[in-house]
Design a protein around this ligand. Structure first.
Ligand code: G3P
Ligand code: MG
Length: 242
């Protein structure tokens, strides 16, 4: 029997504004195995937001990284709530589920390593409760060098030459791939190399079933309840190990 994890993509944005405290709380309520969030650096702090610009998601305008901390904190997320800090999300989660931190901005890995080390040393988190992922694979190399215990995930939006070879060379725990590109050859090669495969963003019931049938290790979803219901009818188990 294989496992199939349900990871709340930005919390549970099918039900609350993405990457807000309300969204993470909702995902935990729904019973996820982990939540995923996106981070940028602002004024030396790590803030949780998906876009590099403010317009789509907030009352603000312009580039996230060019704002001051006070400017970011004065904004409202459309649909309610503030842009949270990474530490505020970790305090809210309080070890109730695992956390996948997706690094969006450059040169962010050292700060993320500091925060994870702090939560392990001072707040009783375990390294295995975290995964750090990024489309910027240099960030993954940096964080792995700084904190070898941290599981890393190589995000890709495409089909790499050599299937999972790049991921083995990067020494990542998983390949986190878009549903548009995942295929049997990549999954088979990754598994042969001991690398897991997680797929984003899987929201439609037929896609969820297809991912179970393909044998991937879990999905990122905006609708955790759908994944939990469909997998409960399938021959898979749940593991709290993202
Ligand atoms: O980590 C999975 C997924 O979040 C990656 O893409 O654009 O939704 O951050 P994106
Ligand atoms: Mg993301």
């Amino acid at each position: 029997m294989s496992s199939f994890l349900c990871i709340g993509h930005q919390g549970a944005p099918g039900y609350a504004p993405e990457n807000t405290l309300a969204s993470f709380e909702k995902a935990i309520d729904l019973g996820v195995d982990g939540v995923e969030l996106d981070i940028f650096i602002v004024d030396g702090d790590l803030v949780v937001i998906h876009d590099y610009r403010l317009e789509r998601l907030t009352t603000g305008t312009g580039l996230v990284e060019e704002k001051t901390f006070d400017e970011i904190r004065s904004l409202e997320v459309k649909g309610g709530g503030k842009i949270p800090l990474l530490t505020e999300v970790l305090d809210l989660v309080n070890r109730r589920t695992n956390v996948n931190i997706e690094i969006k901005s450059e040169c962010t890995a050292p700060l993320v390593a500091n925060v994870i080390n702090e939560y392990v040393r001072k707040h009783s988190w375990k390294y295995e409760q975290f995964q750090v992922s990024s489309f910027n694979h240099y960030e993954l190399k940096t964080i792995k060098a700084l904190v070898p215990e941290i599981k890393t995930g190589a995000l890709i939006f495409g089909v790499p030459i050599g299937w999972a070879k790049f991921a083995a060379e990067l020494n990542v725990y998983s390949i986190n791939i878009s549903i548009e590109f995942v295929n049997e050859e990549l999954i088979e090669d990754a598994h042969r190399r001991g690398i897991k495969v997680f797929v984003f963003t899987v929201n439609f019931p037929d896609d969820i079933q297809r991912m179970i049938d393909l044998g991937v290790d879990g999905v990122f979803t905006d609708y955790p309840d759908r994944v939990i219901e469909i997998r409960s009818n399938a021959n898979v188990i749940q593991e709290s190990d993202i």
